[in-house]
Design a protein around this ligand. Structure first.
Ligand code: TPP
Ligand SMILES: O=c1ccn([C@@H]2O[C@H](COP(=O)(O)O)[C@@H](O)[C@H]2O)c(=O)[nH]1
Length: 255
């Protein structure tokens, strides 16, 4: 059976996925932030992510209080920390220096979902794909941790990029017709060689091995339905976790 998923449903105000939101320490795109915040059933910030939330919601901060802020608190400023403490937000110190604040924040999110017994379709992370390169690689590593802990799909969004780690051993069917998809997409074998088959792409794979130093599918794009702008669903099977990445149209947002 295929696992059906629409990666950009979460960014549509009319989207149907029930989501949770995690804000990391990176600049946040205001339009996407508002769409996601309004829909999220649980909202969290990882450490310096709270600084971005604070800045973005100036003048209306009390309407945008996260359910918790977690981290080793080496990035959240004293002003921001005091504000959210005063507003009685939960601040959870996760001091462990063997895991990133993102990984620890996600582990807490999974606990919170269980505790509240809410049904969640997707956990959306804002940030994680920009800034420090070690942190970008750590983001990908966090996706491996979370995949072992939960079946809930996690998407990471920053700027005009989305990333999601596809699970091994099942067929993924991705719907890419929301209107927000940009032209490019890619399949990156981040954890080792992936025996991969696809359909719905311009450059498909037929039981081919994706592997660094051999073949990595970057700058791919979608096959069009009857040559029109509409796209077929993309199907992907892989024998190992494989990173799906795609572009998001953001140009219209600035006009
Ligand atoms: C082998 C190894 N390398 C590096 C580290 C250090 N380390 C890994 S995760 C982590 C916490 C990072 O926290 P985060 O807030 O995500 O990043 P920061 O902005 O503080 O660098 C640290 C210090 C380690 N524990 N083990
Ligand atoms: O350049 C960066 C810096 C951070 N992140 C992500 O944000 C969290 C929290 O970061 P702090 O610096 O501790 O506030 C971190 O775990 C990363 O996931 C990032 O993506 N890029």
């Amino acid at each position: 059976m295929a696992e059906d998923f629409t990666p950009l449903d979460c960014l549509l105000s009319t989207g149907t996925q029930k989501i949770c939101l995690v804000i990391l320490n990176q600049p946040v795109e205001p339009h996407f932030f508002h769409v996601l915040w309004n829909k999220a059933v649980i909202r969290a910030c990882a450490d310096g992510g709270a600084n971005h939330l604070y800045r973005l919601t100036e003048g209306e901060r009390e309407s945008f209080l996260p359910d918790y802020i977690s981290g080793d608190f080496d990035s959240i400023t004293a002003e921001v920390k005091n504000f959210y403490l005063e507003k009685k937000c939960k601040l959870i110190e996760t001091a462990d220096q063997d895991l990133t604040d993102f990984t620890k924040c996600m582990a807490l999110m999974l606990e919170e979902i269980k505790k509240r017994r809410v049904q969640v379709d997707t956990i959306v992370t804002l940030g994680g794909l920009g800034g420090r390169f070690d942190q970008i690689m750590a983001t990908v590593e966090t996706l491996f941790h979370i995949q072992k802990m939960s079946e809930i799909p996690v998407v990471v969004i920053q700027g005009s990029s989305l990333a999601r780690l596809l699970r091994e051993g099942r067929k993924h069917q991705l719907y890419v017709n929301t209107g927000l998809e940009a032209e490019w997409c890619g399949l990156i074998p981040v954890g080792g060689p992936c025996l991969t088959s696809t359909s719905g792409l311009k450059w498909n794979l037929d039981k081919q091995v994706l592997e660094f130093g051999k073949l990595v599918s970057t700058s791919n794009t979608y096959e069009k339905l009857n040559g029109k702008d509409e796209r077929k669903p993309v199907t992907i099977t892989t024998d190992r976790p494989l990173l799906w990445t795609m572009g998001i149209k953001t140009e219209e947002l600035n006009h």
